[in-house]
Design a protein around this ligand. Structure first.
Ligand SMILES: Cc1cc2nc3c(=O)[nH]c(=O)nc-3n(C[C@H](O)[C@H](O)[C@H](O)COP(=O)(O)OP(=O)(O)OC[C@H]3O[C@@H](n4cnc5c(N)ncnc54)[C@H](O)[C@@H]3O)c2cc1C
Length: 326
């Protein structure tokens, strides 16, 4: 069986790795030999991928800011988020298959052609984000998420290893996220050295064509948090099962990804409500949301539906961890 995979990111490389393990003939077509796309590198600590990711930090403490004011902070007694070395993880998975570096792939003679080009089909609404890897002595182990209610989006400061932060910005109405990020860094961190600075888009809207697509190409990103690694890897696991067990690929994925796609849809609706609200209403809504332990718990794991919120109620009550994918 010959499989072509367009785009060797999270979804494409995970699928390629799984198929190569059962001796399928897999070719990844990518525009770059090594994976170099920027990311916050955060995954909720509730999912293990088929190929283990290297972890660089574990996050238990969070704080939320709205328009410069610290609204709430929370500390868990277990690791809520993992920070991973995503580049190393993906580049290691890529080594299991052939890679062709090209902008113009020849796709004849394949039994399957899977599109996992992330946001790059560019057929959806996007937010342009920039992230910096920053070295500083001024370090602590708390993750910060900061909203500026003039815009739709947020700044983040994630500890990525000792004395190093992953800091980023992405706002729907403000495409030059690099400029905003510089200003934010100067105001927030003071003394720092930038080790790496890159930008990339994140999908935040509906994708109409999902056929033979996995990962972000299929729209599998939570628009309120930007979380796309876990859903992309999960979609690759289902794509592998569909191909290996000779299922109807598109029907199988539609069925298996139902819960994730429903949760993404809910977030798209919430995002649209926020986008169309006045600045005052935005502030009020955000303050209510980020003072609620249960909603914060559901937000940090992207499970803002009834089942997810019930899970969060139990989790917050027991003060323990729940290890379920979604
Ligand atoms: C700045 C930033 C921060 C983020 N932070 C987080 C986070 O902390 N946690 C999280 O879960 N998610 C985060 N995300 C989202 C997450 O990175 C993506 O959703 C996830 O990587 C999607 O995986 P994917 O495999 O679908 O696509 P990608 O990882 O985007 O991979 C796409 C691949 O396609 C290749 N490609 C592009 N164009 C072509 C072409 N024409 N032909 C062939 N190949 C092509 C690219 O080179 C790349 O290798 C962030 C995104 C950004 C931009």
């Amino acid at each position: 069986m010959k499989v072509a995979i367009l785009g060797g990111g999270v979804a494409g490389s995970t699928l390629a790795y799984l198929l190569s393990r059962v001796n399928y003939d897999v070719t990844i077509f990518d525009i770059s030999q090594n994976y170099i796309k920027p990311c916050g590198d955060i995954v909720p600590n509730v999912y293990s991928p088929p190929y283990n990711w290297p972890q660089t930090f574990r996050i238990k403490r969070f704080s939320f800011y709205i328009d410069g004011e610290r609204i709430y902070d929370v500390e868990y007694n277990h690791t809520k988020w993992l920070v991973i070395d995503k580049w190393e993880w993906i580049n290691k998975m890529r080594k299991y298959s052939k890679i062709k570096v090209t902008h113009d792939p020849v796709l004849k003679g394949f039994d399957y052609v899977i599109d996992s080009r992330g946001p790059y089909p560019m057929d959806r609404e996007l937010v342009y984000t920039t992230r910096a890897i920053v070295e500083t002595e001024n370090f602590n182990d708390e993750a910060i998420i900061e909203f500026d209610t003039k815009y739709t989006g947020f700044y983040w400061i994630f500890p990525s290893k000792e004395n190093e932060y992953n800091i980023g910005a992405g706002f729907l109405e403000y495409k030059d996220s690099k400029k905003l990020l510089y200003e934010y860094l100067k105001g927030k961190i003071g003394n720092f050295k930038i080790k790496d600075l890159r930008g990339a888009p994140i999908s935040i809207g509906n994708v109409s064509n999902k056929r033979f697509r996995i990962g972000e190409a299929r729209g599998l990103v939570f628009p309120l948090s930007g979380e796309g690694i876990r859903p992309s890897a999960i979609s690759a696991e289902y794509a592998f099962e569909a191909i290996y067990k000779n299922k109807n690929f598109n029907e199988f994925l539609d069925e298996k990804l139902k819960i994730i796609e429903k949760r993404i849809k809910i977030q798209i609706i919430l995002l649209n409500i926020y986008k169309h609200s006045s600045f005052n209403l935005r502030r009020t809504l955000m303050k209510l949301f980020f003072k609620n332990d249960i909603l914060i718990d559901a937000y940090l794991e992207d499970k803002l539906d009834i089942d997810g919120i019930i899970e969060s109620i139990k989790s917050v009550k027991q003060n323990g961890s729940i290890t379920r994918k979604f």
